[in-house]
Design a protein around this ligand. Structure first.
Ligand SMILES: Cc1cc2nc3c(=O)[nH]c(=O)nc-3n(C[C@H](O)[C@H](O)[C@H](O)COP(=O)(O)OP(=O)(O)OC[C@H]3O[C@@H](n4cnc5c(N)ncnc54)[C@H](O)[C@@H]3O)c2cc1C
Length: 418
């Protein structure tokens, strides 16, 4: 086998890999970027209906990371180094102005995902440090005596001090993301959560649910009803998205809901106070209202539930009571409020499949990654970025922002740290 040596090898020429390779090259490292497709950024060119929802224009790191309920604790560190503002600066300073649309979704002003790819390809080329090898699939890591030394293709060994794995996940496999990296990681001892096609977020046609996008509720019960009978029930954290509901509780229920949907219409019902029955909830409200009788109703609830949820329930067109003084809320209105909070209903119309790539289920467990530099906790010279890590997130530019952040942080560390 012929041998070639580099400082850094990046496996996968998607958005994360291109960012990492470009950054490491910019810092002077000799980089080999290996991509199995005939061109770089195949999936990237399809993103956002080919317009590329490049990031989400929430410039406050804390608010941005609220969209990653399970992983935000890991992500603060890389986002302190490269965040949404950095993404705007990166692309706009390279001649790609961005515009912001509804729900803070940012796109290139040219409305072309290909243009995003052009900026990244130029970034890779301009240092003169990055060699790109297309039509080349990495088959495995080269590990000797517990040390990661390089990668193997079908006919070659490439050695490097550092390896960056950016081979994506399993969403839209026709673009090259076929889960190769997951197999390679498992072979060297990493724990990879296997992507499950039955896991998916759920869609609703109820516009008021879409309007709650980005809101999460920590502990509630969700029931799925068919002909007024409970077909499935689960408790945990719920995340509202612009198409419906998500979060581990929903994703894990999707298989059961799919089965119910095959039989007929399904209604979801949220119980925001699962530990109280209706009577106890009403008794609690009576006490709460008595103590706050001169306050505006919506302010009484502000510490109990997320603001947007309170507003959605207290300002329903047929139940406009949010601005009432508490003492003028009638008994019927109080009881109806209790009912709504214990049984808030909306129709489920289907699941979101892999083809939407909304939740990239599967990947290496975040606890096996050191998010300060994106290095593996098992092999300090291996970096894991983009869709290779198991991080749930909603749609709206969040996936690509993860690529820009993790790619930049890994590229920087791999090039700078000897
Ligand atoms: C239709 C669609 C639309 C989307 N739209 C958006 C959007 O608008 N905004 C957003 O934020 N997110 C969007 N996403 C999600 C986003 O595209 C992904 O999160 C992102 O592409 C992940 O980037 P990555 O670099 O980690 O992996 P990928 O983009 O999957 O790139 C991985 C690369 O590695 C290569 N590769 C794999 N195995 C090997 C191997 N063994 N050897 C060599 N190369 C290998 C693949 O060919 C591929 O080019 C969309 C996804 C899809 C499917």
């Amino acid at each position: 086998m012929k041998k070639e040596n580099y400082d850094i090898i990046v496996i996968g020429g998607g958005p994360a890999g291109m960012m990492a390779a470009g950054r490491a090259g910019e810092l002077g490292a000799r980089v080999l970027l290996i991509e199995k497709n005939e061109r770089l950024g195949k999936k990237l060119s399809l993103t956002g209906g080919r317009r590329c929802n490049i990031t989400n224009a929430e410039f406050n790191n804390r608010l941005f990371l609220e969209n990653f309920p399970e992983s935000k604790k890991f992500l603060f560190s890389p986002f302190s180094k490269f965040n949404v503002e950095s993404t705007f600066d990166f692309f706009e300073s390279r001649g790609l102005p961005l515009i912001v649309e509804d729900r803070k979704r940012a796109f290139p002003k040219s409305e072309s995902a290909e243009d995003v790819g052009f900026v990244l390809k130029k970034y890779i080329e301009e240092s003169g440090q990055v060699t790109v090898k297309l039509n080349t699939a990495v088959k495995s890591f080269l590990v000797e005596e517990g040390k990661l030394l390089g990668v193997k293709t079908s006919d070659r060994i490439f050695r490097a001090d550092k390896i960056v794995l950016a081979s994506g996940g399993t969403a839209a496999p026709e673009t090259g993301s076929t889960g190769d990296g997951f197999k390679m990681l498992k072979a060297i001892g990493h724990t990879v959560k296997v992507p499950d096609p039955n896991l998916a977020p759920l869609r609703t046609s109820a516009k008021w649910v879409h309007a709650l996008s980005g809101v999460s509720v920590d502990d509630m019960t969700l029931r799925f009803l068919q002909n007024e009978k409970v077909g499935h029930k689960a408790r945990g954290r719920l995340l509202f998205t612009h198409f419906g509901i998500s979060g581990p509780l929903v994703i894990n229920s999707a298989n059961q809901v799919k089965k119910l949907l095959k039989k007929g219409p399904v209604i979801a019902s949220i119980d925001f106070f699962p530990d109280l029955d209706l009577g106890s909830l009403d008794a609690w409200f009576l006490d709460l209202f008595e103590k706050n009788k001169n306050k505006i109703l919506k302010t009484v609830f502000k510490d109990l539930l997320p603001k947007k949820v309170v507003e959605t329930i207290l300002f329903r067109p047929e139940f406009l009571i949010g601005d009432l003084k508490v003492h003028s809320v009638s008994k019927e209105q109080r009881k109806k409020l209790g009912h709504l909070l214990k049984d808030l209903r909306f129709p489920i119309v289907g699941t979101m499949g892999f083809e939407w790539s909304i939740v990239a289920d599967g990947g290496v467990l975040p606890k096996e990654v050191d998010f300060r530099n994106m290095a593996s906790r098992l092999y300090p010279n291996l970096y894991l970025i983009g869709d290779t890590i198991d991080i749930n997130r909603p749609s709206g530019g969040f996936s690509l922002q993860l690529c820009w952040t993790t790619g930049w942080v890994a590229g920087t560390d791999a090039a700078e740290v000897k």
